[in-house]
Ligand binder design. Structure first.
Ligand SMILES: [Zn+2]
Length: 258
C-alpha cells in the first residue's frame, strides 16, 4: 500500500531512468496527460521529488507531472523495446525505458508553481530532512479528532497511510479512536517521532517492516493481523472499517485514554 516511504522508493526507482533524460514519447489514458502531451514530449526531466505521498516530476518546459497513487496505483519501469504496460494513466518513454503509472487516481500535468501551490496545503513532510514537530502538533490541535483521523490527515503531516496509522497507535499504546484531547503533547510528539523514524528506515530496498523483523507475518505489530495473537501480549488483534480505512489494534495493549 502506498505510504510516504513507498513513494520515496518510487522516486529512487524513477530518478536513474528519467532525470536528465528527454521524454521521447508520452502515452496516457488520463485527460490531463492527453491534453498536455506537448508540455511533456520533447522536454527534459529536471527533477523528481516527493511530498508525503505525492510524487512530482519536473520538466524543463516549466510544467510538472503530479501523481498520487491512492490505494491502487503503482509505477512500473520496463525497457523501451518492451510494450508499455496496459492502460497506464501515464507512461513516459525515454531512449531506454518506459516509466508507466498504473491505477493512480491522480495524474495531473500543470505549471510547476500551480502544482507547488496545491501541495503547499500539506503539513510537514515526515520524510524531509528536518521535520518541525511543533508545527505538526499545532496543526493537529487545530484539527482535533481521533488519533487515527489525525494521522491520516495529510494537512497535519504528510506521509502516513493506513499501515503506519495502525502501527503508530500500537507503538504509542493508544487505541486508534482515542480523542486527541486525551493525548498530551509529549505523547503526540512521540507518535510523530516514531513516524519519522519508521518511514526513514523503510526507504531503500526490501519489504516494509515496522517491527525491525523480516519475513511474512513478522513485519507488522497489528496491521493485517486481525484475529491473530498480539505479538506483545497474545490477545486477539481486532479490526474495524472498510478496505480504505481499515484499522487494527490490540484490545489489551491499546487502551482508550480517559
Ligand atoms: Zn497486545
Amino acid at each position: 500500500m502506498p505510504e510516504g516511504d513507498s513513494v520515496a522508493n518510487d522516486a529512487l526507482k524513477l530518478r536513474p531512468v528519467l532525470v536528465g533524460k528527454e521524454i521521447a514519447d508520452v502515452y496516457g489514458t488520463k485527460g490531463s496527460v492527453r491534453s498536455n502531451v506537448g508540455r511533456l514530449r520533447g522536454h527534459k526531466v529536471e527533477s523528481i521529488r516527493t511530498v508525503g505521498k505525492n510524487l512530482v516530476i519536473d520538466l524543463d518546459s516549466g510544467y510538472s507531472l503530479h501523481v498520487h497513487l491512492g490505494m491502487t496505483g503503482r509505477w512500473r519501469v520496463v525497457p523501451a523495446d518492451r510494450k508499455i504496460p496496459g492502460s497506464a494513466g501515464v507512461a513516459l518513454t525515454t531512449d531506454s525505458h518506459h516509466a508507466a503509472c498504473l491505477g493512480a487516481p491522480t495524474v495531473d500535468v500543470d505549471r510547476t508553481p500551480a502544482i507547488d501551490a496545491r501541495l503547499s496545503r500539506l503539513g510537514p513532510d515526515l520524510l524531509s530532512e528536518s521535520v518541525d514537530t511543533g508545527e505538526i502538533l499545532k496543526r493537529a490541535r487545530q484539527r482535533g479528532g481521533s488519533l487515527a483521523e489525525i494521522l491520516l490527515d495529510q494537512t497535519v503531516a504528510a506521509g502516513v497511510g493506513n499501515v503506519y496509522k495502525s502501527e503508530l497507535a500500537f507503538l504509542a499504546r493508544l487505541h486508534p479512536e482515542t480523542s486527541l484531547d486525551r493525548i498530551d503533547d509529549a505523547a503526540l510528539a512521540g507518535v510523530y517521532e516514531n513516524a519519522v523514524r519508521l518511514l526513514r528506515a523503510n526507504v531503500g530496498p526490501g519489504r516494509r517492516t515496522t517491527t525491525g523483523e523480516r519475513g511474512r507475518g513478522r513485519e507488522t505489530w497489528v496491521y493485517g493481523r486481525a484475529g491473530r495473537a498480539c505479538r506483545r501480549c497474545s490477545a486477539r488483534i481486532e479490526s474495524s472499517g472498510g478496505a480504505e480505512r481499515v484499522t487494527y489494534w490490540c484490545p489489551r495493549c491499546q487502551v482508550m485514554a480517559s
